[in-house]
Ligand binder design. Sequence first.
Ligand code: ZN
Length: 314
Amino acid sequence: MHHAWRRRLARILSLAVAAWLPALPALAAGPYQVVVNGTPVAGAKPFLRDGQLLSSTWPLARALGLTPHWDPGDRRVELSAPGHALALWQDSRTAFHNGTRLEAPGRPALLGGEIYVPTWFVAAQFGYPVTWDGQTMGIRTRPQAGAVQGDPLASPAFVFPFPQGAKYEPLQDNYGDPRSWSPDGQVSRRHEGIDILSPKGTPVVAAGSGKVVRIGWNEYGGWRLTVALDAAPGISLYYAHLNGYGPGLYEGARVKAGQLVGYVGNTGYGPEGTEGKFVPHLHVGLYRPDGTTLNPFPYLQRWESRKVVVSSEQ
Ligand SMILES: [Zn+2]
């Protein structure tokens, strides 16, 4: 009874307030926010229209790693990433993703000279998972960095895959980034590991001891090496795009953490011997027994404090 009356009073008050306000467009501004990888997107200024949360295109695109473009003549907004091109039109539900016509649940809006796009729809087209609690829209462009405590991969049995003194660019979390190359040019994928840019010929060492389970050419990975890890049963470490291998490696061979296993190259993305399709880098992947991947980034960050010395006669 008491609650029913309070509800009625609240409704009367809200109607009274609404009557006072100047006529607003059919937009519901509110305490909304868009959060990408745990960080609120500054300048997204999200609001609801047609039950869809719209965000200002440029700040959203920046947070999602997309390239935006606005064509004022066509009233078309484009968002692109390697392997993806999404086009939307102001006040229209029509969308094209990689040339396929789609119906978007919301319509882009032009407000104050800024074009706003349906947040969930855009994130979903690029394959990013979205959560929504009625106030906050959360988007992840990469899986959450796992807690590494008590995790065998965080153990001091592991070392950094580059030895002391090796040249490489600072570590970047590029796990989950879009990657477009495939043998038939049709498939777009998510990046299943971490790329570390480094000059061709830089020595690569085993990050963990284990057994070589795959070695040789792979059309994605070029000269690659997969090691089943002793310290993390079931997990294997994958090194790709090598320019060559260290001595004594074959399928079934044992490697020790810190042992020279190869050299940085830019092999792969084609039949055996293909190289030069991208800049030299080391690709590091972590695979579970079912073929799913783990993000190596938090581990590489830990391992970076442990680098071995490789003697020149190795
Ligand atoms: Zn890679």
